[in-house]
Design a protein around this ligand. Structure first.
Ligand code: ZN
Length: 173
């Protein structure tokens, strides 16, 4: 997916978690989700492209999805997550980026491109290998680009709802 969409999705995730009333936090095995910082979620979601696009552009790697988009990074991400809430937010943001990129290639009928997740052990057999700027024109109008539009609208609706909720709470106080 496009870089800004990863940031918007992570911000939406942050908003979604922030909107959980404390007394009804999503409980998992008796524990509740910690409130996660939107900033760290967004940073985590930015990381794969911040790492891999320059590597690809500088021709250090032949693909634009490499180390930052690989599950090979998982042990490091887990180590980060166990250090605290910031690490958890970065890890979730990072994972959301990988998931959305995998969903994008599957929706666009190139499921084998999702093999980027296994870089460098496995790599996509016929990756598009289009530089990030050019990629936008290649990508617009594909089914996945419409999914991105839906995502932006959903996050926009979430932000409007939470602004209204906090305004109403302010009026009620
Ligand atoms: Zn990506």
């Amino acid at each position: 997916m496009l870089f800004p969409t990863h940031l918007v999705a992570a911000a939406g995730l942050g908003r979604l978690v922030a909107n959980q009333p404390r007394e009804t936090d999503i409980a998992v095995k008796g524990r509740s989700w910690p409130a996660l910082s939107t900033g760290w979620l967004v940073l985590g979601a930015a990381l794969p492209d911040l790492l891999d696009k320059p590597l690809g552009l500088l021709e250090v790697t032949t693909l634009f999805h490499s180390i930052g988009h690989s599950v090979l990074l998982l042990p490091a991400v887990i180590l980060l997550a166990v250090r605290g809430k910031r690490g958890v937010a970065i890890a979730i943001g990072w994972a959301s980026h990988l998931m959305l990129d995998a969903v994008h290639v599957v929706i666009n009928g190139r499921p084998s491109d999702a093999l980027f997740l296994g870089w460098p052990v496995v790599v996509p057999p016929t990756p598009p290998a289009i530089p990030p700027g050019e990629f936008v024109w290649f990508y617009l109008g594909t089914p996945s680009s419409y999914v991105e539009v839906v995502l932006w609208v959903a996050v926009g609706a979430l932000v409007v709802r939470s602004l209204r909720t906090s305004r109403d709470a302010g009026e009620g106080a």
